[in-house]
Design a protein around this ligand. Structure first.
Ligand SMILES: [Cu+2]
Length: 143
């Protein structure tokens, strides 16, 4: 949910701090605040980052029963899609995409049948509650 308003409120806080503190301290605070502002700006530009996948990108695992994808923002399940392809680029049949009952940032996609050994590619398209859409791809190996 980071947006330009967050960046501006950070700048306002920075301006207040700067008027009160000693020069050396002030310098350190300005540097720290600048880093924070850049971090927020970066977040605003990249919506719905995939924070953690299960399986993780590049991981070798036993056949997973489901994909569990944790994002940086709340997801709209009905407008988000995950497609999986397996060995020989064959598309893998998955069950409906749902959200974890405990967190709207966690997407669950069950496998319909046991995943055969080989390389898998996950392509995701997420719509977030703020109306933005993001795509991504990662791979994992089933041993
Ligand atoms: Cu957004």
């Amino acid at each position: 949910m980071a947006n330009i308003t967050d960046v501006f409120s950070s700048l306002k806080v920075l301006a207040k701090i700067e008027s009160k503190e000693e020069p050396t301290m002030r310098h350190a605070i300005v540097v720290a605040a600048a880093i924070a502002v850049f971090a927020l700006a970066g977040q605003a530009a990249a919506h719905a980052r995939l924070i953690l996948g299960s399986p993780k990108a590049g991981e070798t695992v036993a056949a997973p029963k489901a994909l569990k994808l944790q994002y940086s923002e709340s997801i709209v399940a009905g407008e988000s899609v995950v497609s999986v392809s397996g060995p020989n680029d064959a598309s893998v049949v998955t069950g409906p995409l749902t959200l974890d009952p405990k967190s709207k940032r966690i997407v669950l996609v069950p496998f319909k049948s046991k995943a055969a050994p080989g390389a898998y590619t996950v392509k995701w398209h997420m719509k977030t509650e703020d109306g933005h859409e993001t795509d991504g791809t990662f791979g994992f190996i089933v041993k």
